[in-house]
Structure formats: structure tokens, C-alpha cells
Design a protein around this ligand. Structure first.
Ligand SMILES: CC(C)(COP(=O)(O)OP(=O)(O)OC[C@H]1O[C@@H](n2cnc3c(N)ncnc32)[C@H](O)[C@@H]1OP(=O)(O)O)[C@@H](O)C(=O)NCCC(=O)NCCS
Length: 154
């Protein structure tokens, strides 16, 4: 039985380890788990951040991180799904859906009407997962994809 709950600052070490597992699985450059844990501890204390943790028999098996920022398009904040991860051996059992659903409900509870997610074009499985949950990369009334650009601040 998977329990999904909002994480607290006390979960920072577990979240740091899961994010390290995520980065390592996909060969992404990563800071050490303890550095990530310290960062989780710092940002989870901020008002515009929420994390969700999935646990099975007390063991952490998945997590997500969401940030909320002021938006100009509507009164509430816009939320950004920053990370979503389920341990490989427990995928395709609905845990990712549970984590995403709680993220969306918590964000909605904080007044955010819209969630944004950056996905690599080649990640077909992940794109299908989000699309199944109603996310789109083509805005209504258009026939072209939205793209996400990243660059340094200066
Ligand atoms: C993306 C990710 C978080 C999804 O987590 P998950 O636990 O596998 O998600 P779910 O089980 O809810 O859904 C996955 C699939 O299983 C199916 N599924 C859902 N509930 C199920 C259940 N109870 N039993 C069997 N299958 C189920 C869904 O239909 C879904 O199918 P789809 O891929 O065709 O959409 C997970 O695959 C992951 O960690 N991937 C690597 C990291 C990653 O890519 N993260 C996203 C970064 S943007």
C-alpha cells in the first residue's frame, strides 16, 4: 500500500537521496545527496515550494517537487513541476499518478490554477504519462508546439 503525503523539512535527507538516485539513473550531472538534502531543507522552508513523498512500508519510493511563483495571467501563482520520480522497480503501478495528483491538489489549494512541466522531447513514455493526465504542449487555438528555452542570467 503506497502512502502519499506532503513532505516536510524533516524529509530533506530522504528527498536528497531520491533526487540523487534520479540524476544518477539518467546520467545527469548531480551534486552529492547530502548537498541536495541541505538544499531541500533550505527551500522547503520557503512559502512557494512544496514536495510530495510516496512511501511503501515506511520506505521512500517516489517524490515530486513543485515551485509556485507569482503570475501575471491570473490572480493565483503558477506552479512548476520541477521533479517527479518513482523508483524503477515500482513504476507502472500508479504511484507516479498518486504523486502527481497530490501535487496538483496541493497547488490548487494554494490558489494555483495552472501547472507547467518541462519534458525532453525524446522522453516519449514521460510525455505520454503527462498527456494522459491532461497536459498539452499545443495551446488551444494553435497548431504549433510550445518550446522551453534555458539560458544563463548574465
Ligand atoms: C514518469 C514517472 C514518474 C511515472 O511514474 P509511474 O509510477 O510509473 O506512473 P504510473 O504508474 O502512475 O503511470 C505509468 C503508466 O502506468 C499505467 N498505470 C497507472 N496505474 C497503474 C496501475 N495501478 N497498474 C498498472 N499500470 C498502471 C498508466 O496507465 C501509465 O501508462 P502510460 O505510461 O501509458 O501513461 C516514472 O516513470 C519515473 O520516475 N520516470 C523516470 C523519471 C522521469 O522521467 N520523471 C519525469 C521527469 S519530467
Amino acid at each position: 500500500m503506497t502512502e502519499v503525503r506532503r513532505a516536510t523539512v524533516e524529509d530533506a535527507a530522504v528527498l536528497g537521496r531520491l533526487l540523487w538516485d534520479f540524476n544518477t539513473e539518467f546520467d545527469s550531472e548531480t551534486d552529492d545527496a547530502d548537498v541536495l538534502a541541505a538544499r531541500f531543507a533550505r527551500i522547503l522552508a520557503l512559502p512557494g515550494i512544496l514536495a510530495v513523498l510516496a512511501e511503501e512500508d515506511g520506505e521512500a519510493v517516489g517524490f515530486a517537487l513543485v515551485s509556485l511563483r507569482p503570475a501575471i495571467w491570473f490572480d493565483g501563482p503558477v506552479s512548476q513541476l520541477e521533479e517527479l520520480y518513482v523508483v524503477p522497480q515500482l513504476r507502472d503501478r500508479g504511484i507516479g499518478t498518486q504523486v502527481l495528483d497530490l501535487c496538483r491538489a496541493l497547488a490548487r489549494g494554494l490558489g494555483s490554477p495552472e501547472m507547467h512541466i518541462g519534458v525532453d522531447e525524446v522522453d516519449a513514455d514521460t510525455r505520454r504519462f503527462y498527456e494522459r493526465h491532461g497536459f498539452r504542449n499545443i495551446e488551444e487555438g494553435t497548431d504549433y508546439r510550445m518550446l522551453y528555452y534555458v539560458g544563463p542570467t548574465a
